[in-house]
Design a protein around this ligand. Sequence first.
Ligand SMILES: C[S@@+](CC[C@H](N)C(=O)[O-])C[C@H]1O[C@@H](n2cnc3c(N)ncnc32)[C@H](O)[C@@H]1O
Length: 476
Amino acid sequence: MALSWALRLPCRHLCPLSALLSSLPGRDHSLLTEKRAAKQKEKKKPRKGCSLPGSSWEERLANAVTPLWRLPYQEQLQVKYESQRKILQTLASRLKELGIDVQQPDGLCCPLQPVVPSPVITGYRNKSTFSVNRGPDGNPKTVGLYVGTGRARNIVCVKANHMENIPSKHKQVAQCYEDFIRCSPLDSCLLFHEGGHWRELVVRTTSRGHTMAIVTFHPQDLGQEALAMQKALLKEFFTCGPGRVCALTSLYFQESTMTRCSHEQSPFQLLHGEPHIFEEVLGLKFRISPDAFFQVNTDGAEVLYQAVGELIQAGGDTVLLDICCGTGTIGLSLAHQVSKVIGIEVVAKAIEDARWNAAFNGISNCEFHGGRAEAVLPQLLSSWESPQPLVAVVNPSRAGLHYRVVRAIRNCKSIRRLLYISCKPEGEAMRNFLELCCPPDPRKKLAGEPFTPTLVIPFDMFPHTVHCELVLLFTR
Ligand SMILES: C[S@@+](CC[C@H](N)C(=O)[O-])C[C@H]1O[C@@H](n2cnc3c(N)ncnc32)[C@H](O)[C@@H]1O
């Protein structure tokens, strides 16, 4: 297909290349850097997630997504330390309610180490998800991040060109996608029931210079031929048209009638390039599929995994359970320290990646099980007869671990040491901590000896935001 994308499109808003180039990230960014420097001179205190009256849309977005952005990094770490301290105080008092007195003099349930800083603090994200919605000027084909909420019906989609945590490559792809959809005769899909097609864009990059773009599209009632035409135009834009400046390694397209679709519900269709991108972590090479999880800050992940390697205190005969293992990063990074790694993961493509990653890196002491941990783990542990020590590393998504996973771990006497890695310890994970540490409860079939929180280390994987990756060591 050698025709120009622009000639074939009945453009409503023709966007020449010069306009595209002038809107590329560098310009906005320098402007904002000046603004920010001026603001810092004024020594204004950050206002968490708030929108100062009269502040620009860019500032409102930065305040909503990266509320610590005005603070020097050392102060950001201090703010995060305080919030993790509060979480541990909550855990201590919840444990006390269960009759477990683990309180330290400072009201915590165990020692809390200082927040481990991220090796990179700007442009550290390797994955960004951009929405499509009305911008501050009312244009419904704006690609950016949201200020406001759906519930409050006050969403405004603001371009992310000034965001500290997003790398310029992601901003470039988002800008090109916006240019493409603004030239498309098809509408953007703002509310599913109101029609429209163009939806969110995910951009993933790696330190090897690979870039994957995934466009989500609502098919509404388009026929196969019309769909094929849209895919061809998108591909042409990014391979021969203005979008080729992005030099995409992979361009994926997903037809989706739901907020989120798995590959099984609606396959990721490769329109151009390679099916996978590749990343390096601690000297190993990792293949990443479009729907596989990967820690969003690769340099930060290396620091985290190294610390996990020390905290598991593995002997040569230790078996490591990597529960919710994604592409196998934790288990594979630590495989040389243990006799065997057993990984469990629900996303089928991620477990395929994990197996490929083991084989490619010549690691033979790992096995990966696809499926829900709550189905796989109880079965695996019920027949566990090996005298070898078992160490568990769990790294679930925000929903935390299913009760059956916690019960299987509690009831398996061989597990004396457990690392719980959580990006949202104040949420569902808190329930898991209490289930791990509460006294035996025959009604809940929690028979095993309770765990005790022993040490907590926060890792800053998300500079400028309020979030941390918290590692809690439980022993018994
Ligand atoms: C925070 S990620 C951690 C991935 C991996 N440990 C890493 O560091 O890259 C959580 C992972 O849990 C997986 N997951 C979510 N629910 C699960 C379940 N019920 N059983 C197994 N895996 C699950 C997700 O697909 C995701 O890959």
